[in-house]
Design a protein. Structure first.
Length: 464
């Protein structure tokens, strides 16, 4: 009998669409709506409002794949059952845009089947790895905007062939933007490696393979610059909510929750996707909410830095600022770690950890690193940790038994006015967050929630 994917993730599951009035802007009170079912309120910045080509359910993949630099393909609402290959080249001033004709009623590309993998659906790409992707991108300057991709998996045969069919797979692409999309119930939501990749305003929901640590909601194989922002990655069926191997990565203003294994990691870059790979990787982790699965497959940590590929003498550096880390597993001892740095596999690295909130049930301690012989420099200031935590050498830590969230049980991780962490952030720390969450992007809260420009950052954590 095939392992069943969780039935609690229905097609109506909510989407965090943090549609920002301006990306990276400064203070102010601009509010960004969070909606469900593809309603994005205000269109994300940079998208085209015109249509050069219109695709309906009566059409096939050829009209999408034929688009050239500067053209916009608008896909009408409906359900589609064909694969897409994007291999043309746009430019910075004339990208190729593939978008929903109506952002409030997005097209659904559904690859669900009880008898075959994705190659059973029509598509122009027929090489031996065709089974690995529903949408395949090898071109340059593509924008994929407002598309739902679901069911690209091998559950029909108990995943006996493979466990890595991706909703979107990009290979040595350049300047790909994935925006306002939903990747649901695929073996992997997005997988790939390329140059200057941006994913924003996108939901990753219930991607993965049961009992597999090789499939994830997001799997970045490598590449030079990767950005994930304003997105909601949650409830991976297998593996992590993010698995990033890019040389330079920025993960900002995202909500990660309930990964099957642990929430995310940075692992060694794959040179085949990055000609400039030099054994050094950097990640900025800014303004994110990270909420642990109460029963994770891999306990005691939220984010891991690890050399799993035998790379000689790699260095990994992470700067984690203004994040909210919530441990929810019960009965742990003193070995929980918001960031676990594997000195046993890494030659060197740095962890900068400032203005974060680390919340853990009960009186558990929380530590930052694990043992090994690698050279590691740890610094930081003005974090909140539970009483009894082992946090040296970071300084200026606020300790208390309870951080006093507004209502952690309902997913509201804002601080009460009387919280011991309220007002405790150091404004000398840079970069400061320009956006923050005002409520949790959960099924219950999305209808009324929003992500807002953050004029002040006086509280530690991702929620002002």
């Amino acid at each position: 009998m095939s392992p069943a994917r969780s039935s609690r993730f229905g097609a109506s599951a909510c989407l965090l669409i943090a549609t920002l009035a301006a990306c990276g802007g400064g203070g102010g009170s601009a509010s960004v709506s969070v909606g469900t079912g593809g309603s994005s309120g205000v269109s994300p910045p940079g998208g085209s409002t015109s249509c050069d080509v219109t695709v309906t359910t009566a059409d096939s993949y050829d009209k999408i794949e034929a688009a050239t630099a500067g053209q916009t393909v608008c896909i009408a609402a409906g359900t589609y059952h064909f694969r897409v290959t994007l291999a043309k080249a746009g430019t910075a001033s004339a990208p190729i845009t593939i978008r929903a004709a109506d952002p409030a009623n997005r097209p659904v590309f559904d690859y669900t089947s009880s008898t075959h993998d994705v190659t059973g659906w029509p598509g122009s790409y027929s090489s031996s790895d065709a089974f690995r992707s529903a949408w395949r991108v090898t071109g340059a300057y593509y924008i994929i905007d407002g598309i739902v991709i679901q069911g690209a998996n091998n559950s029909y045969n108990n995943w006996s062939i493979n466990d890595n069919t991706s909703g979107i797979r990009y290979l040595n692409s350049s300047n790909l933007t994935i925006r306002n999309c939903r990747l649901y119930n695929n073996d992997m939501g997005v997988q790939g490696g390329g140059s200057n990749t941006v994913i924003e305003y996108t939901e990753f929901d219930a991607n993965g393979v049961p009992n597999s640590d090789q499939s994830h909601n997001i799997y970045i194989l490598g590449g030079d610059n990767f950005t994930l922002r304003y997105s909601y990655s949650h409830d991976s069926v297998g593996g992590q909510n993010f698995h990033v191997r890019a040389r330079n990565a920025t993960l900002a203003y995202n909500w990660f929750q309930n990964a099957a294994d642990y929430e995310g990691d940075m692992m060694t870059n794959q040179a085949s996707y990055d000609a400039g790979a030099n054994g050094v990787q950097d990640m900025l982790f800014l303004g994110n909410v990270v909420v642990q699965n109460p029963t994770p497959g891999n306990e005691g940590k939220l984010i891991t830095l690890y050399n799993d590929g035998g790379t000689p003498n790699p260095t990994m550096n992470i700067t984690a600022l203004w994040n909210t880390f919530v441990f929810r597993e019960a009965g742990r001892g003193t070995d929980t770690a918001p960031i676990q740095f594997s000195k046993a596999t890494l030659a060197a690295g740095t962890v900068v950890f400032s203005n974060n909130i680390v919340s853990a049930s009960g009186a558990r301690s929380a530590v930052i690193t694990d043992a090994g012989s690698g050279s590691l420099t740890v610094s930081g200031t003005n974090n909140f940790f539970p009483t009894g935590s082992l946090v040296l050498p970071i300084v200026g830590t606020k300790f208390a038994t309870d951080v006093l969230f507004v209502n952690a049980g309902s997913g509201n991780y804002a601080l009460q006015a009387i919280s011991p962490a309220a007002g405790y952030a150091s404004l000398a720390v840079t970069p400061r967050p320009t956006f923050g969450f005002s409520s949790a992007p959960t099924a219950a809260a999305l209808l009324s929630g929003s992500v807002t420009a953050r004029a002040a950052a006086t509280n530690p954590g991702a929620i002002q």
